[in-house]
Design a protein around this ligand. Structure first.
Ligand code: AMP
Length: 188
């Protein structure tokens, strides 16, 4: 089984992805993390993309395609991938379809963790009080939330039409969300 997980920053996507990976013996492919590692390891690619990532823009679709193909083509990950942060636009959806066909695989499920902007803001304010941070992370988070919702909308709509999308209410407790996701995956 291959699946895609969507959710705005602060929705608890990382926590849920860790849980799915452990429980169902899958592998998480976070394109953002792979790209950050390239920068950390000072690879040729890392040098090429560091200014793009640091400015918050998207890396070119071709670069991301190569990274993703490395994983899809690897037998170790065959039918065991959770895509996180990819695909981010309709061009990447098309590329992903081509790659999956090329390596005789498909997407079986698309999860969207749905959390309101109000809840995200509340979580950040709570964290800020606990950690006594006085940066502008609230303002930034609101901006990232809006950008995220807007840019992923057509992608999510695409998977909805294919009947692959399950929207998960991310306002509940971690355990409740774990259980719902677990039940959905078990039924596939
Ligand atoms: P993320 O951790 O998913 O928020 O990604 C961090 C950064 O990596 C993004 O701001 C982009 O610069 C880059 N990135 C991650 N995934 C993609 C993608 N699918 N397409 C293009 N750029 C990406």
């Amino acid at each position: 089984m291959n699946l895609i997980i969507f959710g705005p920053p602060g929705a608890g996507k990382g926590t849920q992805a860790d849980f799915i990976v452990d429980k169902f013996n899958l592998y998480q492919l976070s394109t953002g993390e792979v790209l950050r590692n390239e920068i950390k390891n000072k690879t040729e690619l890392g040098k090429e993309i560091s200014s793009i990532i640091n400015s918050g823009s998207l890396v070119s679709d071709d670069i991301v395609k190569k990274l993703v193909e490395n994983y899809i083509s690897n037998n170790k990950y065959k039918n065991r991938l959770i895509f996180d942060g990819y695909p981010r636009n309709l061009n990447q959806v098309q590329t992903l379809n081509e790659l999956l066909t090329k390596y005789a695989q498909k997407i079986d499920l698309v999860l969207k963790l749905s959390v309101s902007l109000e809840t995200i803001t509340k979580r950040i304010l709570e964290r800020k009080t606990i950690e006594k941070r006085s940066d502008d992370s609230e303002e930034l988070a609101v901006k990232r939330y809006k950008t995220y919702e807007k840019s992923t909308e057509p992608v999510i709509e695409y998977y909805k039409k294919l009947n692959l999308l399950k929207v998960i209410d991310g306002e509940r407790t971690i355990d409740q969300i774990n259980k719902e996701i677990s039940d959905i995956i078990t039924l596939i």
